[in-house]
Design a protein around this ligand. Sequence first.
Ligand code: PMV
Length: 400
Amino acid sequence: MAAERALAMATCTAPVNIAVIKYWGKRDTDLILPINSSLSVTLHQDQLKTTTTAAASRDFTEDRLWLNGAEVDVGHPRVQACLREVRRLARKRRGGSEDTATLGLLSYKVHVASENNFPTAAGLASSAAGYACLVSALARLYGVEDELSEVARRGSGSACRSMWGGFVQWQRGERPDGTDSLAHQVAPETHWPELRVLVLVVSGKKKPVASTAGMQTSVETSPLLKHRAEVVVPERLAQMIRHIRERDFEGFGQLTMQDSNQFHATCLDTFPPIFYLNDLSRHIIALAHRYNTHHGHTKVAYTFDAGPNAVIFTLADTVDEFVEVVRCSFPPATNGDQFVRGLPVGSAALSQELMAAVVTEPVPGAVQYILHTKPGPGPQLVDDPSQHLLGADGLPRRHA
Ligand code: PMV
């Protein structure tokens, strides 16, 4: 019985998601309720994931949290909100009849260790994967099987979308208590097997303006954001769902680029303005448009979140050629052999016409590396106890 065990432990992994219809702006900052619905693609955990172990023991004297091996403040209000909500669900599960084992665990302190296999806060939605993973691991520890996107949302808005695989919509909801502000799956990751994702990592640095502060200034000052939330997003969401259902890359790609651009336009419309794109991001945008123009249709689509890294959506038959275009446009400085990571990429020879039309002003070393991935599943339970991030003493242990 869990109640008699000295230590109970659960480990989960959770994915990153990239929005193609962006969330930007809260109507309730405490409950994290958005001003508009959003839609994202969950990326495969073979390339990008957070792993989190949660443990409870009667021997623990305080709640503790480690991120990437370093202890951090467990008192962060959003971490506390997730802990409180999962514990609340655990208490009320099975129609209110309380399970002794869980009750035992619920009275113990927890230790949580979490690790990313990618740079934290580099605009790669690490908080989304992080909170989705925290909530998944805690839920597993306490045996909670409820819908958990509402809880993950309390950690970071976009985290609710990382609770599902494939193509995921976060419905803004109407109720003031947030009980209808949930994520659900529009289509599973198997729905569009040819879809590929290339993350162009240009900077591993932390973003200049955190999304929480940035989006509140936008809500307070940007008339464009208000128009976007009320008029533009509802129409675009319906269109985007149609493009995904029909696997229409032309429509999906164009709308993805337009929505990214409008999000960054609302950042410029914010006062004082916020800049997440830099010269290099603009260079990548222009490159994608030249490439599409050369081919006469949309073969690649970019999107940028609150940071300068570019995420490119494309189809499998375009990956080799476009990666070569990126390599020629941003010749790698030193790590030539590490330039392409993730799923395999074949070689491609570029025609002279393509080189002349698309690769105009190479910027050596500007792209650090390209990560090749694809849509993937939602959070997963890790069964193998050797993969726990906490040891039998409840403290972090290092993996080779
Ligand atoms: O959930 P947050 O606070 O990290 O906000 C994410 C906002 C964007 O990444 C810019 C857009 C989105 O929908 O993911």
